[in-house]
Design a protein around this ligand. Sequence first.
Ligand code: ARG
Length: 575
Amino acid sequence: MTDPQMVLTDRVQQALAAAFGAEHADADPLIRPSQFADFQANVAMSLAKRLRRSPREVAEALAAELADFPGTVEVSGPGFLNIKLDDTWISGEAGRMLEDARLGVGTVTPAQTVVIDYSAPNAAKEMHVGHLRTTIVGDSLARIHEHLGNTVVRQNHLGDWGTPFGMLIEHLLDIGEEAAVAQLEAGMGTEYYQAARQKFDGDEAFKTRSRARVTTLQSGDPETLRLWHVFMDATVRYFNKVYGMLGVTLTDADIAGESMYNPMLQKTCDDLEAAGVAVLSEGALCVFPPGFTGSDDKPLPLIVRKSDGGYGYASTDMAAIRYRVHDLKADRILYVVGADQALHFRMVFAAARQAGWLPDTVSAEHVQIGMMLGKDGRRFKTRSGESIKLMDLLQEAIDRASVVLADRDYDDETRAEIAHAVGMGAVKYADLSISHDSEYVFDFDRMLGLTGNTAPYLQYAQARIRSIFRRGGVDPVDATGPIVLGHPAERALALQLLGFGAVVEKVAETTEPHRLCAFIYATATAFTTFFEECPVLKEGVDADTRASRLALCALTLGVLETGLGLLGVPVPERM
Ligand code: ARG
């Protein structure tokens, strides 16, 4: 354990137990970073009341118990503990972290199976910006859990089934397979859908054909299934282009779309009904999970089979949750999906618990994704009011990144590579750095800024460290120190770096990648100050100082690279 805040929490808890009895060993010592020392512990203030002693007395008793602490502990004010760590403790821990290939990030034992449902665009519609955010946040969570040693099962719950496929297949027959495939591969799903829809609404014969096609599709007619595959394969090829451009880890093997659950739906409903969990209500089969009521105070139904016998979104999610627990053996299931579906998931989870399909040992969590807004504060759209094509948006990010880098002296190929890394990094980081459930304003100018909490700033910080090593003719792996902390900026940087492992673990626990973003940004800022105040390669810097500073550079590089990697933000060698 190297994280200073965790080390301190532990030590102060021991002191609490020693001074006031074991029953206080679990009290939160309330350790916070402080401007007067490294940290401040505020526990004496809250404990004093319960012990009927003065806070100052309690704080002094704790300070006495912390006499052998590797630092200074002082009581200040009414009863705050000001804690300052010894430089040698910090440098020792930083040295150990440098030797550790995992940079202080632990592994989870026993490993958990974490099922992550993310991205999940709908076929037959353009993959829109809302799906961008669930794709990016979900992918980062997948990387982080994997890094911690958990078994991650990615599930791309594509919208690839349902009644619209009748008209989509009929439209495919009308325009011809080749034309349809070309259109879908090019990302014109929305146009395709709209054309089919228009015929459906205006042309009775088409409508009749489409309805009949739904039935043949449901019945598993081989030729209809073939056509469905033609449609889906072309659509997935387009999704894969987007994934490839973004550099997300989803592959075809992770596709577990709605269609996959179709054969399970009847049994899902039968089992729910037999168990008495689902009941017929006005012809529809419904679960009424306790605690859910509508505006009229009537119990709210989760409809698992409609009155016409058809299945819907909820039916599929009931089958999916059972599959994820029973077949995939999930310990944890993360649903990275828009916040507007919160009620749906709460009801699905409650119904699954009722049915006994989701035991208390398995946690199901909706990682709510906030809406993407335009700069005008409204839902993100083009000027003509249509939603924006994802590919166009990503391309624009790359083009703009290229402009930002215009003054750099690179050949075209290198420039294109860096622009790609910066453009995609900017889009991804902007999504990740804000808490996932808040609404988010999409703003190219801000996300591509070279200063502030942006990907380009962080990418630039790590590229600058690499250039120090290039100029010094040193390989970062050879920068082994020892680390000696003389300058306050060195000390501040080292102290900051020690928190890396704890923050990664915290992100996995809370599913909040923005905490890692904040940490990486603070690290880059601490490095910038260090770099301005502490020359590394300059003539006159003695050999020991140089070795120590290079070691700090190497550790910072490791943390920035690994941290950005866990976010899925690419790290260009130069910038
Ligand atoms: N396709 C859905 C949408 O675009 C998201 C699916 C999320 N996953 C799930 N198991 N329901 O809204």
